[in-house]
Write a protein that binds this ligand. Structure first.
Ligand code: AMP
Length: 191
């Protein structure tokens, strides 16, 4: 399976991505997690990415694209993968198309978690307390939501036009949402 999970900041993508990946026996590839790992190791990539992440802005496409290209070239991603947090721009969509085509496979489905914006802000502020993420402050959350609306929300229509979109209600208990996703994905034919 080659899958994408999308949704606004705080929709629960990361949590659900882990369950979906486990279910299908594929790696969950989170660009945000890879950036954060680089930030904590103090790598050159981490230093570059941190400036953008702390402001709630997107890391430039060329940096992000190369990182994803290298990651999906790794052997564990050969049978498939679930992308969490990528693509986020139209340019990244095109880049990913090229990467997948190169492997001789196709994208199977794009799961979009739909959520209420106010509920999500509440969740993110809670996450700030438990996980201490530097980009979970009220101002940065607002900027991340804005940029999602401007840059990433249009991707939903792109994938809808391709017939790949699966919209799932992201509100409710974690395992309820997981079940909704599994029910929707279990009928998707694998390429
Ligand atoms: P996330 O954990 O997915 O919310 O990502 C945290 C931050 O990492 C984002 O706010 C961006 O600054 C950066 N980031 C993650 N994925 C991407 C991407 N595909 N393109 C650009 N920036 C990204």
């Amino acid at each position: 399976m080659r899958l994408i999970i999308m949704g606004p900041p705080g929709a629960g993508k990361g949590t659900q991505a882990k369950f979906i990946a486990e279910h299908f026996g594929i790696p969950a590839i989170s660009t945000g997690d890879i950036f954060r790992a680089n930030v904590s190791r103090g790598t050159e990539l981490g230093v570059e990415a941190k400036r953008y992440m702390d402001a709630g802005e997107y890391v430039p496409d060329e940096v992000t694209n190369l990182m994803v290209r290298n990651r999906i070239d790794e052997p564990d991603a050969e049978p498939g993968f679930l992308l969490d947090g990528y693509p986020r721009t139209l340019a990244q969509v095109e880049e990913l198309d090229g990467m997948i085509k190169h492997t001789g496979h196709a994208l199977d489905a794009v799961v979009v978690l739909t959520v209420d914006q106010d509920e999500v802000v509440e969740r993110l502020l809670q996450r700030a307390e438990t996980d201490g993420r530097a980009d979970d402050t009220a101002d940065v959350i607002r900027r991340r939501q804005e940029i999602y609306g401007e840059e990433t929300a249009p991707l939903v229509e792109v994938y809808r036009d391709r017939g790949l979109l699966i919209e799932v209600d992201g509100l409710g208990e974690v395992d309820e949402v997981t079940q909704r996703i599994f029910t929707a994905l279990d009928v998707v034919p694998q390429s």
